[in-house]
Design a protein around this ligand. Structure first.
Ligand code: FAD
Length: 340
């Protein structure tokens, strides 16, 4: 094998790409991760990590704030969901990226930053840093994946997340699911170590980014949250899942459309799918039970979202029923987790 030839090339050093790189490298595979940014983990993200993620994928030292209480409201209801353990915690994406990159590098993976992949031809990728050959390729390149486009897979189910990082730490973690304002989406307040992510998410077919931003501003104004001198950051969230294996090319995380269309949760789905795809590459008869569970949850989330989007009536009934079910403890908050 020449220095430009790798068993597996992974495009993208997000949580999906880095988790796959670690598993493959620690099993002796020659792995290259190509990341277009010069810094790892600069992804626009609110940094919310669910209980399953805290237990299975993120070490304690990366947790910035823990929230055993969730403040959930809708048009008609307001409730506080309580648990003994933190229901959702927050992390810093650069810290997560740095930690995951170290794990992958320690296992032997080569990670090249400032290395945008420009094109794929047969078993070769052309990047800003040179041309490399692969036996298998993993597209871990997020919601606007080049690998997905190379495979001619459309991306139709896509959401938008917009947020501000407000200086200072607001006291509560908040979810606001008001169908009259955000349709099938919601607004959030996720406090971190010394700043707070305040944002909103919506399925694009229900509400475009411009209207979502206006609604977010109205909601923040109503809560007295000052964003006047700050710039919002926005990103796509893809949940258009159409498979993960295409001959010797695999997709993980958002490149595979594996985020939740309902909540926008995508960190843990990326980590789970990265690990599982790596295990499938190492052993084609591996049974990916965690991935199967993830895909089942993903499909349930998509069905609820698409049903809510049928009309404003459907949306109101479903959002209010969801909040009522949480309020009456008919379902635990963990029922909304993707990795549960
Ligand atoms: C506003 C917002 C808030 C969010 N909040 C949360 C949250 O609180 N909790 C949660 O779980 N999820 C959240 N998400 C979703 C979450 O951020 C993503 O689902 C998750 O990062 C997906 O991981 P990934 O590894 O699949 O892709 P990404 O994290 O997007 O990583 C893809 C990587 O590929 C690189 N790349 C892309 N193209 C190329 C190329 N051609 N060549 C080389 N490199 C390339 C990118 O630079 C990037 O580093 C949020 C998203 C948004 C937009």
């Amino acid at each position: 094998m020449t220095s430009d030839h790798f068993n597996t090339i992974i495009i993208g050093a997000g949580p999906g790409g880095l988790s796959a790189a670690k598993v493959l490298a620690e099993n002796g595979r020659k792995v290259l991760v190509c990341e277009r940014n010069t810094r790892i983990g600069t992804k626009v993200c609110a940094g919310g990590i669910t209980l399953t993620g805290q237990n299975q994928a993120v070490p304690r030292h990366l947790i910035e704030q823990e929230f055993p209480q969730q403040h959930v409201s809708s048009g008609w209801q307001q409730t506080i969901i309580r648990n003994r353990k933190p229901i959702v915690s927050t992390i810093n994406r650069e810290a997560l990226g740095g930690w995951m990159a170290k794990q992958a590098r320690d296992a032997g993976a080569v990670i090249k930053t400032g290395c945008r992949v420009r094109s794929i031809h047969g078993k070769t990728v052309q990047t800003d840093a040179g041309t490399y050959q692969f036996d298998t390729l993993i597209g871990a390149d997020g919601a606007t994946s080049l690998v997905r486009r190379y495979l001619n897979l459309p991306t139709e189910l896509i959401g938008t997340g917009i947020h501000y990082h407000i200086p200072g730490v607001l006291p509560e973690m908040v979810w606001h699911l008001d169908a009259t304002v955000f349709n099938t989406g919601y607004a959030w307040i996720f406090p971190q170590a010394n700043r707070t992510s305040v944002g909103a998410y919506s399925f694009r077919a229900d509400m475009g980014p411009k209207v979502l931003k206006e609604k977010l501003h109205q909601w923040m104004d109503g809560r007295g949250i000052n964003y006047a001198s700050l710039s919002p950051k926005a990103g796509n969230i893809s949940f258009d899942y159409r498979g993960y294996q295409f001959d010797n090319i695999y997709l993980v995380g958002e490149a595979a459309g594996l985020a939740s269309g309902l909540t926008g949760e995508g960190i843990l789905p990326a980590i789970i799918s990265g690990e599982e795809i790596a295990n499938i590459i190492l052993n084609p008869s591996h049974t990916p039970s965690k991935l199967a569970r993830l895909i089942k949850n993903h499909s349930r989330h998509t069905k609820i979202l698409l049903l809510s989007g049928k009309s404003n009536f459907h949306c109101r009934v479903i959002m209010e029923s969801l909040v009522l079910a949480l309020r009456l403890k008919l379902i635990p908050f963990s029922a909304l987790e993707m990795g549960n």
